[in-house]
Design a protein around this ligand. Structure first.
Ligand code: AMP
Length: 218
């Protein structure tokens, strides 16, 4: 693919779901910094403890920590020809770090913003359930698992994320407005930003995503 596809949009816009579908289709790695940081949060030690607290509160983890983990992840051989990014960059310094990495490898950066109005986002986030084993994302309102609270694919009990509660959701959306909106503006000025409507069912949104990607490369 030889490019980096950045999926942007507020929490609950569907970046994870769309990223999983796109990764399958393009046979490309998906790099989701939220998942990577949840892994760090489960580890022993000071960093794990701090990351856990920050994630649960709904604030952003520092750019220094992100620089370290994303630098290491993108340097692995599976990302040599690009990847799909979900949840990174979320601040201007992170966007500039990504530009540096991409330029060093001759990879284009394409940015797709998935748009969903705020009132819908809250319902999506409070209803979200995730399989801790395979990462499949469900929603009790829109995409329930076949049998109650158990993953369709591997039978694991589904989990609710610690930061999918009202207070953390409000803080995450505020962090998005303050820190991540300027990133959209940064890419818009470079002509790298496209928007898709994220309110339709996932398969329909995905068709929009594929159309936009086809437009990027033509
Ligand atoms: P997500 O799963 O993408 O919603 O991310 C969950 C949480 O992980 C966020 O609310 C932040 O605390 C942290 N996080 C994920 N990605 C980043 C990032 N690029 N910069 C800072 N914090 C992040």
């Amino acid at each position: 693919m030889a490019c980096v596809i950045v999926l942007m949009g507020p929490q609950g816009a569907g970046k994870g779901t769309q990223g999983q579908m796109l990764a399958k289709r393009l046979q490309a790695p998906i790099v989701a910094t939220g998942d990577m940081l949840r892994e760090v949060a489960r580890s022993d030690g000071e960093l794990g403890r701090q990351v856990k607290l920050i994630q649960e509160s709904g604030n952003l983890v520092s750019d220094e920590v992100l620089a370290e983990i994303i630098g290491e992840r993108l340097s692995r051989s599976d990302c040599e020809n690009g990847c799909i990014l979900d949840g990174f960059p979320r601040t201007l310094p992170q966007a500039k770090q990504l530009d540096g990495i991409a330029a060093g490898r001759n990879l284009d950066v394409f940015v797709i913003n998935i748009e969903v109005p705020r009132d819908q986002l809250r319902k999506r986030l409070t209803g979200r359930r995730t399989c801790p084993s395979c990462g499949t994302i469900y929603n009790v309102h829109f995409k329930p698992s076949k049998s109650d609270n158990v993953c369709d694919l591997d039978g694991q009990p589904l989990q609710t994320r610690a930061d999918d509660n009202e207070q953390a959701i409000a803080r995450r959306l505020a962090a998005y407005d303050e820190m991540t909106q300027p990133v959209l503006e940064y890419y818009r000025k470079q002509g790298k930003l496209r928007h898709i409507d994220g309110t339709a069912p996932a398969e329909e949104v995905y068709r929009g995503l594929e159309n936009v990607i086809a437009g990027f490369s033509s």
